[in-house]
Design a protein around this ligand. Structure first.
Ligand SMILES: C[S@@+](CC[C@H](N)C(=O)[O-])C[C@H]1O[C@@H](n2cnc3c(N)ncnc32)[C@H](O)[C@@H]1O
Length: 243
């Protein structure tokens, strides 16, 4: 799929929307709360070292405690999403204003790359990561159970429009293989894969209009590790090491 025609639209709509969104993960939305918890867990498990230079790319007003782990620089395409974080600036993950190998770890979570062309953003995120450093890259998949039997399912890249924070959000979705191939091509080795939103995605596919039960939400962290089933995860974080 040629995404060049959608690329500008996705980016300008993201910028417009995030200049208006106050709370990225609303407490009243169980799906969002679970997303945030899973990301926070993954960040805490993989970044423990102290006094390292970290880039929080597409910060969205959240630093997941990164500033207590190291010296954290936050960047976002939206000014609003930067204003409450110290050491933050407006910028684009497709053209980062930093030197090569500037950071020990780069965190790009909350499906930020789903608003970008991954052939532009992933090489850029890796360029600013030092050799041997970590990149935590989180994205939404086309292989989600939620998309089973739809036109999007399994595609390398697809474009979706969905309701989010009272507006229609337009994003790309990617197959895990597509992202893995780009990471490999640009010299990153995946050392750990964190899948989540699997049980929840299956529930949503089966009962799209029903509220997510607490039992489904709390079982998701286990279901998302089951071999086979985890291939239907809606969200994946690849923990990568730059060669
Ligand atoms: C769903 S939020 C996630 C925010 C944060 N990383 C988190 O996990 O809470 C997506 C963020 O990506 C930002 N974003 C979208 N496209 C971007 C780009 N090309 N460069 C930098 N930030 C971008 C948006 O402004 C928004 O703040």
């Amino acid at each position: 799929m040629d995404i060049s025609s959608d690329r500008k639209d996705v980016r300008s709509r993201a910028k417009f929307a995030y200049e208006r969104i106050e709370v990225i993960w609303p407490e009243a939305d169980d799906w969002s709360v679970h997303t945030r918890e899973q990301i926070a867990d993954c960040v805490a498990r993989n970044l423990r070292e102290r006094e390292i230079a970290i880039l929080n790319a597409g910060c969205g007003g959240n630093d997941y405690g990164l500033s207590s782990i190291g010296v954290c620089t936050n960047i976002d395409i939206s000014f609003r999403q930067c204003r409450n974080l110290s050491n933050s600036m407006v910028g684009d993950i497709e053209a980062l204003p930093f030197g090569t190998s500037r950071f020990d770890a780069v965190v790009c979570v909350g499906a930020v790359i789903n608003y970008s062309e991954p052939y532009a953003s992933i090489p850029e995120l890796l360029r600013v990561t030092r050799s041997g450093g970590l990149l935590l890259l989180d994205f939404e998949t086309t292989t989600s159970a939620e998309l089973l039997f739809s036109n999007h399912w399994g595609k390398r890249v697809s474009v979706v429009e969905r309701s989010y924070a009272d507006r229609t959000d337009k994003t790309f979705l990617f197959s895990p293989d597509h992202i893995m191939r780009i990471l490999d091509q640009y010299g990153a080795k995946i050392v750990h894969t964190h899948c989540y939103h699997t049980a929840t995605a299956i529930w949503r596919r089966a009962f799209p209009t029903l509220r997510l039960p607490q039992s489904v939400l709390s079982s998701d962290r286990y279901v998302s590790q089951w071999p086979g089933i985890k291939l239907l995860a809606s969200n994946i974080t690849f923990v990568c090491q730059k060669n």
